[in-house]
Design a protein around this ligand. Structure first.
Ligand SMILES: *Cc1c(COP(=O)(O)O)cnc(C)c1O
Length: 408
């Protein structure tokens, strides 16, 4: 299969939700009544293009000429030698704007444009999704407003500047923990009153139906490419597929085409933060089912159902919820989940930089770190696919502060 010529079109998945967006008991549409018509319209609009060759041909044009797809699959010989397994990195870090998020931004912006919307709004955590959204808004001549927690605005000031430079308006959200979940609340609130001319571009596989399914479909180009690339390089399926999890979009993107393969273990890595006894972002491992941002899924919440603050060194994983499909895959035992602490992620950040000359995003460093956490005898001679969701440029200021002594 020649990925430079082939056009990616989603296929129906055995894990598709029902018409109301339920993955088993998870997902759904828990939103104010006033938002229902807009969501139902979006569901119909998306269903109309979901398997439509013309729609995906237009998306494909931008993937190939603007984003730089297909992204490389790189055999990481040096770390492979060190851990005794064959490790391939799916290089989403090489995409325009530096992460996988541009994939769902391009496809959703093409949809917004076709629907005649004039404005795009988005929530953002690390700022990566905001930058990707501002980028496609500029590309397609759409107005853009981004909602971002004030705490994230402070720790990601370069991304804030990038968004403004690209022509977007950035709202610093002051409520709650001033992070991603609060930004998402405000974006939803804004959309309720502006849905007619405004497209809400959600940045992960979370939110009310149809977003989790739609973003999953779009991001599944990652695993679709990787599967073909591995077939070409090794002539077989991987034994393990590893990805980090914030809301879960890069993970589902790389998992989706492997979930039906019984021989492949898909492993999602949550933000272990200070460790499971301290502050962390492990909604699957430590949370319980509850409603947040229009969906039923695992959540970090206290006994009264109050949402607890997540913590991670990486702003992109610092979210107390998780996409509903992951909640389903976990409960059904179809994918497995684990966590990596801040310290382990930092260690992997330096490890990949020095062993392969690739500086990963803090988020992606969690997936890389898991290579060292697995028992050597368990992975000996295995073929392992790691999704490198983004590059570390955005984390340089933070890394410089934390690692100042180590590299004095
Ligand atoms: C946003 C982000 C993530 C987390 O989002 P998912 O929806 O879980 O993929 C991971 N890596 C990078 C580089 C990001 O920017």
């Amino acid at each position: 299969m020649d990925l430079h010529k082939e056009i990616y079109i989603p296929k129906p998945s055995p894990f598709d939700p029902d018409d109301l967006g339920h993955f088993g008991k998870f997902g759904g549409r828990f939103v104010p009544e006033t938002l229902m018509p807009a969501l139902e319209q979006l569901r119909q609009d998306y269903e109309a293009v979901r398997f439509d060759a013309d729609f995906w041909a237009e998306v494909d044009y931008y993937y190939k000429h603007y984003v730089g797809r297909p992204s490389a699959l790189y055999y990481a010989a040096n770390i492979s030698k060190e851990i005794g397994a064959k490790v391939y990195l799916k290089r989403e870090d090489l995409n325009h704007t530096g992460a996988h998020k541009i994939n769902h931004c391009v496809a959703q912006a093409v949809l917004a444009k076709q629907l005649g919307k004039k404005k795009i709004i988005a929530e953002t955590g690390a700022g990566q999704h905001g930058v990707a959204t501002a980028t496609v808004a500029a590309l397609f001549g759409l107005e853009c407003e981004v909602f971002m927690g004030a705490k994230d605005v402070a720790r990601q000031e370069l991304n804030v500047f990038r968004m403004k430079l690209l022509g977007a308006k950035v709202h610093a959200v002051q409520s709650g923990s001033k992070t991603l979940k609060d930004a998402m609340n405000d974006a939803i609130r804004h959309w309720v009153t502006h849905a007619r001319d405004t497209y809400y571009l959600i940045g992960t596989v979370a939110g009310p139906h149809p977003y989790p399914m739609m973003v999953r479909d779009i991001q599944s180009i990652i695993g679709w490419e990787a599967k073909a690339q591995l077939q070409e390089a090794e002539g077989r399926l991987p034994d393990k597929v590893i990805a980090c999890i914030g809301g879960g979009s890069n993970a589902l993107g790389v998992f989706n085409h492997f979930l039906e393969e019984k021989s492949v273990e898909c492993i999602g890595i949550e933000a272990g933060g200070e460790g499971l006894e301290g502050r962390h972002g492990c909604s699957l491992e430590k949370g319980s089912p509850g409603v947040l941002h229009g969906q039923l899924s695992y959540l970090l919440q206290d006994d009264d159902g109050q949402i607890q603050e997540a913590h991670s060194i990486s702003a992109g994983l610092d979210y107390p919820g998780i996409g509903p499909e992951h909640a389903y895959l976990k409960d059904e035992g179809i994918a497995t989940y684990n966590h990596i602490t801040d310290d382990e992620a930092l260690d992997a950040f330096v490890w990949l930089s020095q062993k392969e000359g690739i500086i990963p995003a803090f988020e992606s460093s969690h997936a890389v770190a898991y290579l060292k956490k697995m028992k050597p005898e368990e992975i000996k001679d295995q073929l392992i696919l790691v999704n490198l969701s983004g590059r570390g440029d955005k984390d340089m200021m933070q890394a410089k502060d934390i690692l100042a002594e180590q590299f004095a």
